[in-house]
Design a protein around this ligand. Structure first.
Ligand code: SF4
Ligand code: SF4
Length: 284
């Protein structure tokens, strides 16, 4: 079972949910947490994993053999990312714009393009208690998060429960992180911005045909707009985490909610049962 945790905007408490869900389920299940928020991973701050393996995250970029190149311009025409410019006597490459799709090498009529790997980040693999942990870290100044996310997701278990902490928003990195999930939890807060961005996130997740449910974090007297939206859209409201000074203090000290306030463990186990019921319902 792959459960992704996403949100339309940052600061809603995705990581709070992801880490507490992983810890709660790890007593009785094989669980891993994959932090796919590669531009700003922070689940490790809460789970404090011990890393025992490190891999370079890389993409293949073109290297032109000028001996074979006839400067026909085909590679430049096929590259939608403008990562190649063909001049009369040379081909210029811009590796930082390259997405590593391989189209230029495949279509070069002279087979003049080879590929070399360019490191854009690292993948760290380890363990926090009984939770297996993987995260990706994009190098500073790099813009290509999806290849790093794909490399993190190569570590998904073939059995057990994999929890994916996606980046905030609804752009390519979120789609890359969430796609392939059995269920997506959308964490929001009861503000007009929260509602607006939740609606965008729902649209994105539905376009991937992934069932979703909502968690309101910092729940207070203003929940009604989010509840009305979920009713209208027939989206289950799975949990509310109250606006509470103790919860905020735990978060600010990097302590997972279920370790700071143990009653929450049962609520997260119930949450998982609700998710399983929703997934079964969708499958009928
Ligand atoms: S497609 Fe191949 S031969 Fe043509 S310009 Fe590019 S590298 Fe050179
Ligand atoms: S690999 Fe793809 S993105 Fe990179 S230069 Fe070639 S065509 Fe462009």
């Amino acid at each position: 079972m792959i459960i992704s945790i996403a949100s339309g905007k940052g600061g809603t408490g995705k990581t709070l949910v992801a880490t507490s869900l992983a810890l709660s389920l790890s007593e009785n299940h094989r669980v891993q947490l994959l932090d796919c928020d590669v531009e700003e991973p922070n689940a490790h701050i809460f789970l404090k994993p011990i890393f025992d393996k490190r891999e370079t995250a890389s993409i293949p970029v073109p290297v032109v053999d000028e001996e074979k190149c006839t400067h026909c311009g085909e590679c430049s025409r096929v590259c939608v990312y403008n990562a190649l410019a063909v001049l009369k006597t040379a081909v210029m490459t811009f590796p930082e714009l390259c997405h590593g799709c391989g189209a230029c090498a495949y279509l070069c009529p002279e087979k003049a393009i080879n590929e070399e790997l360019r490191g854009i980040g690292v993948i760290e693999i380890g363990r926090s208690g009984s939770v297996d942990f993987v995260h990706g870290v994009l190098n500073v100044g790099e813009a290509m998060a999806p290849p790093v996310i794909r490399q993190v997701k190569k570590h998904i278990f073939s059995d057990g429960i994999s929890i994916i902490d996606a980046s905030p928003g609804t752009s390519c990195p979120v789609i890359e992180a969430v796609k392939g999930s059995d269920y997506c939890l959308l964490v929001t807060d009861p503000t007009p911005f929260g509602l607006n961005d939740l609606a965008l996130a729902v649209e994105a997740v539905r376009s991937l045909q992934i069932p979703c449910g909502v968690i309101i974090n910092r729940s207070d007297v203003n929940d009604s707009q989010i509840e009305a939206y979920c009713d209208r859209e027939n989206i289950p409201m799975l949990m509310k985490i109250p606006l509470d000074i103790e919860i905020a203090k735990l978060y600010s000290r990097g302590i997972p909610l279920v370790l700071g306030i143990s009653e929450w463990k049962d609520r997260f186990i119930d949450l998982f049962e609700d998710i399983c019921a929703c997934v079964k319902q969708e499958a009928i």
